[in-house]
Ligand binder design. Structure first.
Ligand code: ARG
Length: 466
């Protein structure tokens, strides 16, 4: 029987108990809850609100409850609604009446806000570690395939030749921004809400700064009504996770395309592919497909929480209990996705012979021909037009640029000379020697910069010198 039903004459309807309880999922907050309670107890003793002896008994009791839970010996009770009351009830059983002092100067409203902030801070730091590992895998893949060329695509049509390393380093940049976003989210999560009580603050001489220090927070909340009711930090985590999953889903999609017989640019390691139950020849990129699919699941949690929070009057409302399952699922999904994706990237093999073959198909050097004419004094627009007609002519003849004679070239523009044949995939790539471009010199610098970022963590300028 719950100890918050003192004013009632009836026990709750069984369905109501089940419907309102959160213990089936918020048990995951037990460590954070106990950590918070221990800090709170120390503070109560330091402030003379309870005695040192009482604090000692309570803290010992809490520590042994943590052990019980860790060893799977703890009996979670649905009737006690949530993790906070499950732990408090057990404390009373273990240490007797003195356990009743723990909840002095505190409410479950500031308690759950604290637990969730501790959980989210931890989730952010786990996420950051995994994002770094993912970046590392991208760097290794780029380095292992340093000289490999491939068609760069726009509209999924071959556009211009690029270095494969340049393509993978594009994802390094995306993940770097994801890292920035999680770090930024951390700033606003790193705020200690205890002392807000149920809504108005507490009527005891507590020391909030002490609590913040004990619990490793860099700031304390400045408005009790806000602190017990907002979950914007959870929304931010889920938004950052959604963006990150969006990035991962784009790479997943490319892995799916590239491992198809039609592209045949990469070979997935067998440990990261699955077979078909009916077609023995199949080697399916299910991991990448699930990454793509799980992006939708993560967006769903973000939207769900935004809708839950929308137009909620201040301050705490039970609606916000709905924040947890979505957050837990988002953290679990993102972390497992990053881990498995990192392994897949580490083990995939690039079929350089095929990307090199693909880059030769089509008229991928058309822009370079136009640039050639610009160097001969034409405006870019006229040059574009001449090359467009040249492409159309070559297509009709079934010839590549290399197969056209100089006379044929000169039929379109008199200043075409022998040097037109020195336009190659390599010269095209080398010519794009601007910061952020695909020239080997620039990609080499980008790789060095990427490695510096990984090694030094922060403090490396985002802008590259030419
Ligand atoms: N299980 C609740 C939640 O997750 C804890 C806070 C309950 N507070 C309350 N006043 N009923 O939000």
């Amino acid at each position: 029987m719950s100890f918050i039903r003192g004013r009632f004459h009836k026990s709750a309807d069984k369905l109501v108990t089940e419907y309102t309880a959160s213990i089936s999922f918020d048990w995951r907050l037990y460590r954070h809850d106990i950590t918070g309670s221990i800090a709170h107890t120390k503070m109560l003793a330091k402030q003379g609100i309870i005695s040192g002896k009482e604090a000692e008994v309570i803290i010992k009791g809490l520590a042994s409850i943590a052990e019980e839970i860790e060893q799977g010996k703890f009996q979670f009770n649905l009737e006690l609604e949530d993790i906070h009351m499950n732990i408090e009830a057990r404390l009373l059983e273990k240490v007797g009446e003195v356990g009743g002092k723990l909840h002095t100067a505190r409410s479950r409203n500031d308690q759950v806000a604290l637990d969730l902030r501790l959980f989210t801070k931890e989730a952010i730091s786990d996420t950051l570690v995994k994002l770094r590992e993912f970046q590392q895998a991208l760097i290794s893949l780029a380095e292992a395939n340093k000289g490999v060329v491939m068609p760069g695509y726009t509209h999924l049509q071959p556009a211009q030749p690029v270095l494969l390393a340049h393509h993978f380093l594009a994802y390094f940049e995306m993940i770097q921004r994801d890292i920035d976003r999680f770090n930024d989210c951390l700033k606003r999560t790193d705020v200690m809400p205890l002392g807000s009580g149920a809504i108005a603050g507490v009527a005891y001489n507590i020391d909030r700064d002490f609590l913040a220090r004990e619990l490793g927070f860099s700031r304390i909340s400045q408005n009790s009504i806000d602190a017990v009711s907002d979950r914007d930090f959870v929304v931010e985590y889920e938004a950052a996770a959604s963006l990150c999953m969006m990035h991962l889903s784009r790479l997943a999609e490319e892995i799916i395309l590239w491992s198809s017989a039609e592209f045949n640019f990469i070979e997935l390691d067998e440990a990261y592919a699955t077979g078909s139950s009916i077609m023995p020849q199949k080697k399916n990129p299910d991991v990448a497909e699930l990454v793509r699919g799980k992006a939708g699941r993560v967006y769903g949690k973000l939207i769900a929480l935004l809708v839950t929070m929308k137009a909620l009057p201040l301050s705490y409302n039970r609606d916000v209990q709905e924040d947890k399952e979505g957050l837990f699922d988002t953290v679990d999904t993102l972390l497992s996705t990053l881990e498995v994706f990192t392994g897949m990237i580490r083990t995939l093999r690039v079929k350089a012979e095929n990307t090199e073959q693909a880059v030769k198909r089509g008229y991928i050097l058309a822009t370079d021909l136009a640039d050639y004419l610009v160097n001969k004094g034409e405006t870019f627009r006229t040059a574009h037009d001449i090359v467009a007609r040249l492409v159309s002519y070559a297509m009709d003849k079934g010839k590549s640029f290399g197969e056209l004679s100089l006379t044929e070239y000169q039929g379109f523009f008199p200043l075409f000379g022998e040097d037109v044949y020195s336009i190659t995939v390599e010269s095209s790539i080398a010519a794009r020697d601007v910061i952020g471009g695909t020239a080997p010199r620039q990609v080499g610098k980008a790789l060095t910069r990427a490695k510096d970022i990984i090694e030094k963590g922060k403090g490396v300028p985002d802008v590259q010198e030419n």
